[in-house]
Design a binder for this molecule. Structure first.
Ligand code: HEC
Length: 208
């Protein structure tokens, strides 16, 4: 459920941004006739997108993992999103270019901020909760991997892949733990710990 809503949220935010970029460009380039035509055509889809944007956003807000030292990033994001809405409404109503551009900047910025937050939090959590001596696969997995992959391997945060659908074997998993891959950073663990995690992932997470 969480994952589905998160993905829907990303999708509608991108659609929303897309509509707003077009509108802002039309306004900034004085194509007022075209802007009026476009706004009229897009009215219903835009309403649906805005509704989903707010609905999924409010649900995700109730799930926010407050309680880390990076909470301020979440608060800045919320303030940016919520202030951008009235600014956009007024900006387009009064054809005020400054306000329209400002609201687009706020929305885009808050999207970027969310990414920064998840990256920082991922690193912070790794450092805070891993006992450097531990070789317990489960607790190492939860501390180092859970944030992106979830306790069951299916979460898919920050673009992570569903581990339960992975074809990698123990050595392949160890490889990706030690060296990372694409957007997945290498874990800050030693070789013995990487072995313990890959054993745990292979026997307990995959195939469940
Ligand atoms: C910052 C988020 C993040 C963290 C933390 C993270 N992963 Fe990943 N993981 C990803 C992403 C993103 C991918 C997809 C990489 C790609 O294919 O480009 C991925 C892919 C994988 C895959 C490969 C799936 C496949 O078949 O291609 C495995 C296995 C995996 N991660 C296991 C782990 C384990 C074990 C840990 C903990 C040591 C971990 N991950 C920590 C983000 C993360």
């Amino acid at each position: 459920m969480y994952k589905g809503i998160l993905h829907t949220h990303y999708l509608v935010v991108i659609l929303f941004l897309f509509i707003y970029v077009i509108k802002t460009v039309l306004l900034l380039s004085n194509k007022t006739d075209l802007l009026a035509k476009f706004s009229k055509k897009i009215k219903v889809p835009e309403m649906i997108v805005s509704f989903l944007f707010l609905g999924t956003g409010i649900y995700l807000m109730t799930q926010l993992p407050f309680g880390s030292k990076y909470d301020y990033l979440l608060w800045i994001k919320l303030v940016m999103v919520f202030s951008s809405i009235p600014i956009a409404v007024i900006g387009f109503k009064k054809s005020n270019k400054m306000l329209a551009a400002l609201s687009l900047l706020l929305i885009t910025g808050s999207f970027g901020l969310a990414e920064v937050y998840h990256k920082k939090k991922g690193i912070a959590k790794t450092i805070e909760t891993t006992n450097p001596e531990s070789t317990d696969g489960k607790s190492l997995y939860l501390a180092n991997c859970g944030l992106c992959h979830g306790d069951d391997g299916k979460l898919g945060m920050s673009g992570a892949k569903d581990i339960t659908a992975s074809n990698l074997d123990v050595s392949g998993i160890k490889e990706i733990i030690m060296h990372g891959k694409g957007a997945m950073p290498a874990a800050q663990v030693n070789e013995e710990q990487a072995n313990a995690i890959s054993e745990y992932v292979n026997s307990q997470i995959k195939g469940h």
